[in-house]
Design a protein around this ligand. Structure first.
Ligand code: FEO
Length: 399
């Protein structure tokens, strides 16, 4: 079997990106990312599922032609319009002048807006549950809005029980030869899935849950996302990961995020982490907000039940990286956390802790423990930090 063959007459034609530093201009890509595209052949018609970012279009077209040969492509299915997938639409249209763009009403509006393709005869408009016949093979469409944009949809091929899932079940990490999880050691993609979901899709948990519920009765042998491996052997595992993240169902562990200028606030974080370890917690992640990537901090905070955030006072507020982190938490409507906060100050008592409390209140996240330290650690502040760690540990439901 060729490495691009996924199932009978379903092929991979995506590309890897190992040069972009930051996805969406924000999120680091230490292991790169893949932009996945697929070709489905029926007896009579051929469909291309999504395209790739415009920068990789030449390699993409080579892959498409290697699979389609002299045949033309009849349909371009647009499951998602974010330009990492839609960027090559104009080039594909030029390459296959008779191709019809398949999408829902929101897709069409976005294609017109992004790429100026106003000729309505180029579009094949579909609704939820519609099908397209490729000849002895059907494509069935499921609208899954806000996973991750309003137009997002999925496309199912019943005869091989294969789902093109868009961003859902995707992850960071370029492909390294193999495409399907059965062709690789796919363990390294799992942390990248947490990071991808929490960074990119995280705000839209209830829509992800709706989409997963919609798929409940579909038999699945393959999930083909727009990023990362095709899932075949690990389908139930990746569905559980997405289901848990979407429902804000945490895992056992505590994330500690702190902002420190001269090491005094950092010392509080170290005391808390040591105390948690003494109590038996094994999964502890500590991040200096100034040095860790926002991406990793969001990922860990999403994943683990305990969240402890501390900051030195800075211009009567939080250290800016801590402020940015809390804002990211609020934007993503993070919930179901055992949350504790600590601040430090030299003369403005309570400013940093007060700012953390404001976030917690807006996010309806109870503060199980807090402390505010003046200037530097003392025996009394050490005892308070250990008591804070004890309060967090005792409040955890997952120990
Ligand atoms: Fe991979 Fe939402 O685009």
């Amino acid at each position: 079997m060729n490495i691009t063959d996924i199932a009978r007459n379903v092929f991979y034609c995506g590309v890897n990106d190992r040069v972009t530093d930051k996805f969406e201009g924000l999120w680091p890509l230490p292991q790169g990312v893949s932009y996945n595209s697929y070709i489905v052949k029926g007896k009579d018609k051929i469909a291309l599922i999504d395209t790739v970012r415009i920068d990789e279009v030449r390699e993409f077209l080579d892959h498409v032609h290697a699979i389609s040969g002299s045949a033309t492509i009849d349909y371009l299915i647009i499951n998602h319009m974010e330009p990492d997938h839609s960027g090559s639409i104009p080039v594909v249209l030029a390459e296959f002048p008779d191709i019809r763009i398949v999408g829902n009403a929101q897709t069409v509006s976005m294609v017109k807006g992004f790429y100026g393709i106003t000729d309505d005869s180029r579009y094949c408009l579909i609704k939820d549950g519609d099908t397209i016949d490729l000849g002895e093979r059907e494509l069935r469409f499921y609208l899954t809005p806000m996973v991750h944009w309003p137009e997002t949809m999925m496309c199912y091929v019943p005869d091989v029980r294969l789902l093109f899932s868009g961003d859902a079940f995707g992850c960071f990490g370029a492909l390294c030869g193999g495409v399907t999880d059965s062709e690789m050691d796919s363990d390294r993609y799992i942390p990248e899935m947490y990071r991808y979901y929490s960074n990119i899709v995280g705000k839209y948990g209830k829509f992800v849950e709706k989409a997963i519920a919609k798929l409940a009765d579909i038999e699945l042998d393959y999930i083909c996302p727009t990023h990362g491996p095709v899932w075949h052997e690990r389908i139930s595992e990746v569905m559980d990961i997405y289901g848990n993240l979407a429902a804000y169902r945490p895992e056992k562990g505590v994330t500690i995020i702190y902002g420190s200028m001269y090491g005094n606030t950092a010392e509080v974080a170290e005391i808390i982490s040591c105390r948690l370890a003494q109590r038996g917690m094994r999964n502890i992640r500590v991040h200096s907000a100034t040095h860790s990537s926002m991406s990793e901090m969001i990922s860990d905070a999403f994943r683990y039940e305990g969240l402890v955030v501390g900051s030195a006072t800075y211009s009567m507020r939080l250290m800016p990286p801590v402020e940015a982190f809390m804002s990211a938490m609020e934007t993503r409507e993070v919930k179901n956390k055992v949350f504790a906060a600590f601040g430090s100050y030299t003369w403005a008592k309570g400013a940093a802790l007060g700012a953390l409390r404001e976030y917690a209140e807006r996010m309806k996240m109870p503060v199980v423990a807090s402390l505010t330290m003046q200037q530097s650690i003392t025996d009394a502040f050490r005892a308070e930090a250990e008591a804070l760690a004890d309060a967090v540990y005792d409040a955890l439901t997952l120990k």
